[in-house]
Design a protein around this ligand. Structure first.
Ligand code: NAD
Length: 294
């Protein structure tokens, strides 16, 4: 069993840390929120007063923070954790951030003999609670092999995407495609319904035909067509529009830096940004349906 520091105990980090505790690991956590630390203690973890205190004597550090600047701030610079972690420590950053930042942090880690993996996740809060997340990992094969048993305590599908930064690139590619599939599906459903079709009948036809996709199979965006999905619960729960807009921003940044053309991704980014601006940021991303249907 390992001694683990967990930094960032929010919607995702908290249940992930709990699953590590359940698996028998010793987890010391730090978050800026005192409430998050209380929840960790109730689950059997130890609360630290700072990130520096949390990492004392641990073999592994896991971070789950909002964005690039938080991750760079935690590890880099004179006061960053890399200035105090001993060589050989395994650092797993599961935040969804810019691949360039992951590479910058990974490079700084290597200079100190620290092992660094970018390991963003897919599967949302439900997956974090159930321990069924997908981890999309970038880093060396040896570091990946060392981390895999730990990641398996928090997730079901553990992918090695390639070298440092590759996890972030694969994650934004997937989410960009998902946003395009969802926007296209909602547009097709609205067109059919405006022309007299029943959304459930049209969904079934497209599902069994060449337009079939993940949104139609398991996440139908039209209210009432499928049970148990956010669309049938006023678009509550699920994956927030704000988070999709953030990931599409990262996809755009990745495209810009690599001189890649992403016309569909750019359109999807604008659609989700507009939808968020209209006050829908906290709704599930399938609520983009509202843009096409009255
Ligand atoms: P969240 O805002 O709920 O949690 C982030 C936590 O980090 C907060 O509790 C905050 O207090 C803490 N924090 C911020 N700066 C800190 C610092 N310097 N030191 C310690 N703690 C600090 O966010 P979340 O939903 O848990 O998402 C975390 C990451 O996971 C994001 O990058 C997000 O894009 C990604 N993600 C989220 C989901 C989802 O469905 N929520 C799904 C996949 C990936």
């Amino acid at each position: 069993m390992s001694k683990i520091a967990f930094i960032g105990l929010g919607n995702m980090g908290s249940p992930m840390a709990h699953n590590l505790i359940k698996a028998g690991h010793t987890v010391t956590g730090f978050d800026l929120s005192a409430d998050a630390l209380k929840v960790l203690e109730q689950a059997g973890g130890q609360a630290a007063a700072s990130a520096e205190e949390a990492v004392k004597g641990v073999e592994v550090v896991v971070s789950m923070l909002p964005a690039s600047q938080h991750v760079a701030g935690l590890y880099l610079g004179e006061k960053g954790l890399f200035s105090q972690l001993p060589a050989g420590t395994l650092v797993i950053d599961s935040s969804t951030i810019a691949s360039d930042t992951s590479r910058e942090v990974g490079k700084a880690a290597v200079e100190k003999g620290i092992k660094f993996l970018d390991a963003p996740v897919s599967g949302g809060v439900g997956g974090a609670v159930a321990g069924t997340l997908s981890f999309i990992v970038g880093g060396s094969a040896d570091d990946f092999a060392q981390a895999k048993p730990l990641l398996e305590k928090m997730g079901k599908n553990i992918f090695h995407a390639g070298e440092t930064g590759a996890g972030q690139v694969a994650k934004v590619c997937n989410n960009m495609l998902l946003s395009i599939l969802m926007a296209g599906t909602t547009e097709a459903l609205a067109l059919g319904v405006k022309n007299g079709l029943d959304p459930a009948v049209l969904s079934e036809i497209m599902k069994q035909s060449s337009g079939g996709n993940w949104a139609l199979n398991v996440y139908n965006p039209w209210p009432g067509v499928m049970e148990g999905v956010p669309a049938s619960n006023n678009y509550q729960g699920g994956f927030q529009v704000d988070l999709m807009a953030k990931d599409l921003g990262l996809a755009w940044e990745t495209a810009l830096n690599s001189k890649s053309s992403i016309p569909m991704g750019s359109l999807a980014r604008n659609l989700f940004a507009l939808h968020a601006q209209k006050g829908n940021g906290s709704l599930d991303f399938s609520s983009i349906q509202q843009m096409f249907a009255e």
